[in-house]
Each structure stands twice: as C-alpha cells, then as structure tokens.
Ligand binder design. Structure first.
Ligand SMILES: [Mg+2]
Length: 222
C-alpha cells in the first residue's frame, strides 16, 4: 500500500494552497496553516487542526463541508501547479509490480479518495491503484492502512492473516501505521525526511527513491 504525497509524487504545494484558500473563503484568513507541517497527516486531521486554530466549532458536519469544498479547490490547484512531479523510478516500479499473481497494489493515504484520484491522474499512474484506504475512510492513519489491507486481502481472496502487508511511505507516521497493523514498512526519503529518522522510527528498509537498487526485492522478494 503506497502513500501518495512525498512517496509517489510532489504535488507542488497544491494541497496546501487549496486548504488555505478554503479557510480564507470561509473564515477570512488561511494563514493558520503557515509553518504547519502536513507530512503524514490525513486530510480530515488537517481540517480539524485548522478549525481548532481558527477557533471554529469542530464537528463532523463542518469537516465534511470543508472537505467537499477543498476537493474542488484541490482539483484546480493540481491542474495548474507547475511544481508537480512524479519521483524517480515510480513508473518503472509500478510497471514491474503490475499483473503479478498473488499481489495486490493499492493506496494507504491520508488523502480523501477524490483528492488521491486527482493527484494520481495528473501523474498518469491512477490505473495502478484499484483499491486503497483513504482519508475519507478514517482520520487516523493506522486505521486507514488496516482498511486498505483488508480491501487488498479481499481482492486476493485470502485472509489478511495469510498476507505479507507492506506499507510504503515517507514519514514516521507511515512507519507507525505499518507497525500498528504488524506490516512491513518500506520508506523513501523523497518526502524530505532523512533515512536515519525513518530507520529510527522502525522502517524495515529505507531507500533514497524507487530508482534505487533493491527496491523491487524489498517489496516482493524478486
Ligand atoms: Mg507522505
């Protein structure tokens, strides 16, 4: 299960601009996100944090409404951002993983499902991810990856207990989520978090990027 931001791609700050814009339109200012690191945070948790900082009531209906507006803003920002890029080795790795027996490739991401789709379609890799756990499934990443793992096992038609689950991410929160569900975690430093930090968090393996030697073997033992 792949994380998206910092792992597969860099969306050029589109998500940050979109959420700041929604808060500016709704509450008159969007600066409450300045200096806040979104690394590894789920979309609903980001919205909740924004509401707390702006002093607005925090409830599920408000978070739902903001998420809906955010997705419209995100689509616009993702389409026009110039800083968008897919990291080295991603397409080659996904092609190498495609079509293998007994292997399910999905997402374990804090992005809302529709936000994930928008980013992955711009990247041209959405077709590689037929299932996942998303930021609309839950606010907490360990639950998101557990849901994703259950969906992956269901696709394979086997019990989850019989699967080797690998969470692939770029932050200690990805590593924590993997450990919480007893999964391996293959981490990459493309999101800006260094190898020592990711290894210290308990990542099974850490690579500079997916073009590095040994990535495919770390994922599928091939
Ligand atoms: Mg990430």
């Amino acid at each position: 299960m792949f994380d998206i931001d910092g792992t597969l791609l860099h969306a050029g700050g589109a998500g940050r601009r979109a959420i700041a814009r929604v808060f500016r339109e709704r509450y008159g200012h969007g600066e409450m996100f300045d200096g806040v690191r979104f690394h590894g945070m789920t979309d609903r948790a980001i919205v909740r944090g924004g509401l707390e900082r702006v002093g607005a009531p925090v409830d599920d209906a408000t978070i739902d409404a903001i998420c809906e507006t955010y997705l419209v803003a995100l689509a616009e920002e993702v389409h026009r951002t110039e800083g968008f890029r897919v990291f080295a080795g991603v397409e080659t790795l996904l092609d190498a993983l495609a079509g293998r027996d007994a292997l399910a490739i999905g997402l374990g991401t804090g992005n809302l499902r529709e936000g994930a789709r928008v980013k992955l379609e711009r990247a041209g890799i959405a077709h590689h991810f037929p299932f996942g756990g998303f930021g609309c499934d839950h606010e907490h990443r360990p639950t998101i990856v557990r849901i994703a793992a259950e969906r992956g096992a269901a696709r394979l038609g086997v019990p989850l207990d019989a699967c080797r689950v690998v969470v692939i991410g770029d932050t200690p929160l990805d590593v924590d989520a993997a450990r919480a569900i007893g999964a391996d975690c293959v981490a990459v430093t493309t999101g800006g978090i260094d190898a020592a930090t990711l290894a210290g968090a308990g990542a099974t393996r850490v690579f500079d990027d997916f073009a590095s030697d040994g990535v495919l073997a770390a994922l599928v033992g091939a």
